[in-house]
Ligand binder design. Structure first.
Ligand code: C2E
Ligand code: CA
Ligand code: CA
Ligand code: CA
Length: 273
């Protein structure tokens, strides 16, 4: 029994070792991808209740030379932990602003949303970065939406609020991503300069059929209406889901029903057709 115990500890350590090695290998590959500018930026359309295009969310894609496309759910946390997300995120913001400027020149008032990770948001020069990106491209700031998660609001409340106000003063807008999936209280909703809530796809999925999910979606829309916040639902895959959301006055819809994420360049080219 003693021997077996020792063996188990040994296996456990091997597993830990293997997982750490795997993580390290992924991080090294990701670093070189960032250095070589090999990450791709995709865009997924957002439409209004009438089905009219209103903008797009930018999503990172990593085509790994051996592994194929690595899911963001795998590489974003690694990038966040290692701090690499700061460079990755800065590039996405620069691309978002360049895109907004291009759309503006074509006379299209479409919004562009980007995901901002906590580590990125907390960079000392984050506000300056956004200001510089807006300035160098001439992008209309009011059409840039920064999506942050509730995890950002749990710690350093004062700093977060101050920084948000600085960014809103530049003209940009804030959206709470995956709304309702975090562990924060709702009190922040009235104290932060927010523009939009994004309903997580876990609630959208079964809202037409599951009474609990329907209640959550309706509650989110009701809170948003009273606080004068816009709402975008993500992960809309079926007509039933879309109809349910529209019937309850959801403003924006995003999901496979309306468009898959596609390379940003292709999405822009498709607008002209
Ligand atoms: P998210 O911000 O909640 O993004 C929405 C996710 O839902 C995307 O997954 C999108 O491809 C997926 N999706 C869109 N429509 C549908 C649908 O109809 N059905 C289903 N099942 N899924 C749909 P993706 O691209 O794999 O990204 C996962 C997460 O990775 C994102 O979740 C976001 O948190 C993070 N991420 C992606 N790009 C960036 C980035 O540039 N910066 C940061 N910080 N995070 C990013
Ligand atoms: Ca998002
Ligand atoms: Ca989500
Ligand atoms: Ca998210």
């Amino acid at each position: 029994a003693k021997d077996r115990g020792r063996n188990q500890v040994c296996f456990f350590e091997q597993d830990m070792h293997a997982a750490a090695q795997e993580r390290l290998a992924l991080l090294q590959d990701l670093k070189s991808a960032v250095d070589n500018d090999a990450l791709l930026t995709y865009a997924q359309p957002q439409v209004d209740a009438a089905g009219q295009l209103i903008g797009a969310e930018l999503l990172l894609r990593w085509p790994h030379p051996q592994r194929g496309f690595v899911p963001p759910a795998q590489f974003i946390p690694v990038a966040e932990q290692a701090g690499l997300i700061v460079r990755m995120g800065a590039r996405v913001i620069q691309q978002a602003c360049a895109t907004l400027a291009e759309l503006h020149q074509q006379g299209r008032a479409l919004s562009i949303s980007v995901n901002v990770s906590p580590r990125q948001f907390r960079q000392a020069d984050f506000v300056e970065q956004v200001r510089a990106a807006l300035h160098s491209t001439g992008a209309p700031a009011a059409l840039l939406t920064l999506e942050v998660t509730e995890s950002l609001l749990v710690e350093n409340w004062q700093d977060t609020a101050r920084r948000m106000h600085e960014l809103v003063a530049l003209g940009v807008r804030f959206s709470i991503d995956d709304f309702g999936t975090g562990y924060s209280s709702l009190a922040y909703l009235k104290r932060l300069p927010l523009y939009e809530l994004k309903i997580d796809r876990s609630f959208v999925q079964d809202a037409p059929s599951d009474a609990n999910d329907a209640a959550i979606v309706q509650a989110i829309l009701s809170v948003a209406r009273h606080l004068r916040l816009r709402v975008v639902a993500e992960g809309v895959e079926t007509r039933q889901q879309a109809d349910f959301l529209i019937a309850h006055h959801c403003h924006g819809l995003q999901g496979y029903l309306f468009g898959l994420p596609q390379p940003l360049r292709d999405w822009l080219a498709g607008l002209k057709g």
